[in-house]
Design a binder for this molecule. Structure first.
Ligand code: HEC
Ligand code: HEC
Length: 282
């Protein structure tokens, strides 16, 4: 049959016609066809290596058995590491370079699950919940200190908990309101925070008589009592005049739960070393 051309476009027609409508013969572009052929070839090669037929093993395929074996191996390695941690002292764990990655990844996932809700992601701290990434410690920053804080808690219901209580100087009428204000100005002066000089001078004596036993003569704090340093710019409960007055008047007593019944010894050891490496462990 002679080829017929469409008048409008000049393209060849296929000769098919429906009610006066003729089908144009527009072949697929060549590049498109080449890609199609190439993918057919690729699929043949691919199915040789990874056959889509149940029961037929390809060259590059892993069986379930291999996967199972890999998981088994990983689990063995993990339990071997856990066993080493169980037997080692905190110092040995910290100093063992081959355990470092394991302790870090294990510690950070336990931390994210149990500790971050209070201490913030990564232990960055939120008001009332101390940062664990700095080198300032309420209860001491040695591995042993950190371990005991985590295991027994602070003001928790555990018999071995760390415990201390700041006196409620206002609520219990130990100091009157102007004395509380004066001593609070003095507290601010310890860290060179804005304060009323006159009031701070009056507050100095009050501080020496009422506060120095726990917070230290120069406000350096005491980590046996969990008494924060007052001569730095880090505040657990806030460093404005009102916040200091409020703490002296009617103090907050932070509570940290004990973990030794919820987490096993090995996990607590791992966490202790993890927290110690987060910031400036001592
Ligand atoms: C319910 C909230 C809460 C949870 C959960 C919590 N903590 Fe605490 N943690 C606190 C508070 C509050 C303090 C400060 C106690 C105080 O005022 O002395 C604290 C203190 C600490 C300290 C002492 C910091 C210092 O400066 O000496 C460490 C270490 C610590 N937490 C680690 C952890 C770890 C690890 C976990 C997870 C296993 C955890 N905490 C879970 C509330 C919490
Ligand atoms: C018996 C020991 C003790 C005495 C005495 C004491 N404190 Fe405290 N103080 C603490 C403890 C413990 C904390 C931390 C409370 C907590 O962790 O919840 C604290 C916290 C504070 C804070 C909050 C610090 C921050 O970082 O936010 C201020 C401010 C403070 N004390 C001021 C005073 C002043 C002023 C006096 C004297 C009038 C005084 N304290 C007497 C134990 C004491």
């Amino acid at each position: 049959m002679a080829t017929e051309r469409d008048e409008l476009t000049g393209a060849e027609t296929t000769g098919h016609e429906w009610d006066g409508l003729k089908e144009l013969n527009n072949p697929l572009p060549r590049w498109w066809l080449y890609i199609l052929y190439a993918s057919i070839v690729a699929s043949v090669i691919y199915s040789f290596f990874v056959p889509p037929i149940p029961g037929v093993m390809g060259v590059f395929e892993t069986t379930r058995a291999v996967v199972r074996q890999d998981i088994e191996l990983a689990r063995d390695a993990q339990s071997a590491n856990l066993e080493r941690i169980r037997l080692a002292s905190l110092q040995e764990i910290r100093d063992d370079a081959s355990l470092r990655d394991f302790v870090y990844s294990g510690g950070s996932s336990v931390f994210a699950e149990n500790c971050a809700p209070c201490h913030g992601p990564g232990g960055a701290g939120v008001p009332g919940y101390p940062a664990l990434v700095d080198d300032v410690w309420l209860w001491g920053g040695t591995l042993g200190d950190i371990h005991d804080t985590i295991a027994y808690g602070v003001r928790s219901d555990d018999p071995d908990t760390r415990w201390s209580e700041m006196i409620a100087f206002g609520r219990d009428d130990v100091l009157n309101h102007s004395e509380i204000e004066d001593v609070s100005h003095y507290v601010l002066s310890l860290s060179d925070t804005d304060n009323d000089r006159e009031a701070a001078l009056r507050g100095e004596v009050i501080y020496a008589e009422n506060c120095a036993t726990c917070h230290g003569d120069a406000g350096e704090g005491d980590d046996l009592l969990g008494a924060p340093a007052l001569n730095d710019h880090l505040w657990l409960y806030g460093g404005t005049l009102d916040e200091v007055i409020s703490q002296v008047d009617n103090p907050k007593h932070g509570v940290m739960p004990a973990w030794h019944e919820r987490l096993d010894d090995t996990t607590i050891k791992m966490l202790s070393v993890y927290v110690h490496t987060l910031g400036g462990g001592q």
